[in-house]
Design a protein around this ligand. Structure first.
Ligand SMILES: C[S@@+](CC[C@H](N)C(=O)[O-])C[C@H]1O[C@@H](n2cnc3c(N)ncnc32)[C@H](O)[C@@H]1O
Length: 330
């Protein structure tokens, strides 16, 4: 089936279908070269006919020194016919890629290529690192499966997922973190139905749709997360108001984190792009989703019903509560 035909078919069923550019994949994977050597890479939401994940690792197979590249793809159950899905495996060649991205061993799948199907789980068990852009609507389940099978991964997801309680807990416990990210924080994807997007979001010239709130999520270590966030602001009580309902100060921008404050601070989600676990500890997260003691992580002043971080009664959006961990001069 041609790429466009598959794209169209899939798009009829769900809105999870947007396709990652190879330049964005290259920009990220180069930070993890040491984690890929001699490893089996599994792209489990990727049709080799048009996935740039498959294409990228096929081209860079020797550069990364991979052991094997495996890809499976999905067809919605109501559209699925036997023979529509297959597993594709590539074990490389001695030399650089010959440019034929369909080189590999093709084995039909019995089921529809769902990452949760038994045959895809069997492939997952054998794999070392999963790299893909999975369906955003199944992100929680997708990550839970990777954690259950103790897999290393590098995947794309919406930054909003940070405040899902299951995902936040993994971030707080330093079991997963954000990767390097997209150029200027903007991800551009190819979509099946550009007409569904407003002009300004869809660029007719490139045929791409712009998403602002997208990140890489990973449990592969990278240099960036050990770089110190440089702090130069001095704490002044009047510039950093306390929340009405939490014993913590509001820091509206990461650049404004004071260098000399050892109490609890509320920072925006963008903090996670620069988070260094040697410099800060994450205590919790307060979102609009209500009070969940485990997630909020710090005591709420009990006379307040509202769990959102409030300043003079006004909501300040999602805040992550952090505290300095390293030694510093006050
Ligand atoms: C965001 S798109 C990304 C596609 C491709 N990985 C890329 O980055 O270009 C997510 C893909 O997951 C597929 N998908 C949806 N549900 C799935 C499932 N249960 N199991 C496996 N793949 C699924 C969709 O068909 C879609 O192609």
């Amino acid at each position: 089936m041609s790429g466009n035909k598959t794209l169209h078919k899939a798009s009829k069923a769900k809105n999870d279908d947007f396709y990652t550019q190879i330049s964005d994949i290259e920009r990220e994977t180069k930070h993890y070269k040491q984690h890929f050597k001699n490893k089996i890479i599994f792209c489990n939401c990727d049709d080799p006919e048009y996935s740039n994940f498959w294409r990228h690792f096929h081209i860079a197979f020797c550069v990364f020194g991979l052991k094997k590249l495996v890809s499976t793809h999905f067809v919605y159950k109501d559209l699925f016919k036997a023979g529509d899905t297959y597993k594709m495996e590539y074990v490389g060649k001695d030399s650089i890629s010959d440019g034929n991205f369909m080189t590999g061993i093709k084995t039909p799948l019995k089921e529809n290529g769902d990452f949760r199907s038994n045959e895809c789980i069997d492939i997952l068990k054998e794999a070392d690192v999963v790299v893909t852009n999975p369906p955003f609507s199944l992100f929680r389940e997708y990550v839970a499966q990777l954690i259950e099978y103790k897999k290393k991964f590098l995947i794309i997801g919406s930054k909003n997922a940070v405040s899902y309680k299951e995902i936040f807990k993994l971030i707080k416990d330093n079991k997963i973190w954000l990767g390097h990210g997209f150029a200027n924080g903007n991800a551009y994807f190819k979509v099946a139905n550009p007409r569904d997007y407003a002009s300004g979001v869809y660029d007719e010239k490139s045929g791409l749709v712009k998403f602002r709130n997208i990140s890489w999520f990973t449990n592969l270590d990278h240099k960036g997360r050990h770089e110190e966030i440089l702090l130069w602001r001095k704490y002044e009580a009047e510039k950093y108001p306390k929340y009405d309902n939490y014993d913590a100060i509001e820091v509206g921008k990461v650049a404004d984190i004071p260098m000399d404050y050892d109490g609890i601070m509320g920072v925006p989600i963008t903090f996670l792009d620069q988070y260094n676990p040697e410099q800060f500890e994450i205590l919790g997260c307060a979102a609009s989703a209500g009070y969940n003691k485990d997630i909020v992580g710090i005591e709420k002043i009990s006379s307040f019903k509202d769990a959102r971080p409030l300043i003079k009664g006004k909501n300040t959006y999602v805040r992550i509560f952090i505290r300095r961990k390293d030694k510093f001069e006050k």
